[in-house]
Design a binder for this molecule. Sequence first.
Ligand code: E4P
Length: 223
Amino acid sequence: MSMEFFIDSADIEAIRELCDFLPIDGVTTNPTIITKSGKEPEQVFAELAEVLTEDQKIIAQVVSLDYNGILAEAERIAQIRGGKNIVVKIPVTREGLRAIPAVKAKGISVLATGIYSPDQAFWAAKAGADYLAPYVNRMCNYGDGVGQVMELVNTLAQYGMDAKVCAASFKNVDQVHQLLAAGVPSITVNPDTIRDMVGHPGTAIAMEEFTANWQKAYGRTTL
Ligand code: E4P
């Protein structure tokens, strides 16, 4: 199973910008992220389908919280882009946990979301979720969010459970760094934090130094 890196956003321009130079594996959204786009959800899904290739996953969340509503919305989401590489996010509430096996039985991939503890994640894995999204930064409000997610990865490995942790909710590069260093199998990160991961002022300074020295020696800025 390969490591996957998703963008946590519905900002189409940011997604286009990042996909242009980084091997991004897809996009995750949630209801709040969709509202922030200022667009209708159908338009956001259509634009995501346009800006992403079919190999890049679109991971979108149900809004209804009752079992029947979750099932109906999961089927709607699964129709985006003809169902190619679509994953439906379902919250780890009682209704959500009951819905996960039913949605899976329809052949739809599921990401269990709204996870604040390894124990909720364990039950979502047992219910058959493909991905588990612990909210790392939000978990940090209650304790060692990063440590608990690392523990979850180990628990799943010990039981040979197939569910893949998709670490979510990040506020800074250090949180992302710690989970990547611990070998988290997938992760979803907002555009600003991804930009901060890539850009370092030291790199720009080094390149300026090389160019200046080359210019001084050879009177040009190319090889
Ligand atoms: C991911 O799937 C979640 O929707 C998201 O990462 C939550 O992030 P937040 O804590 O920044 O809202």
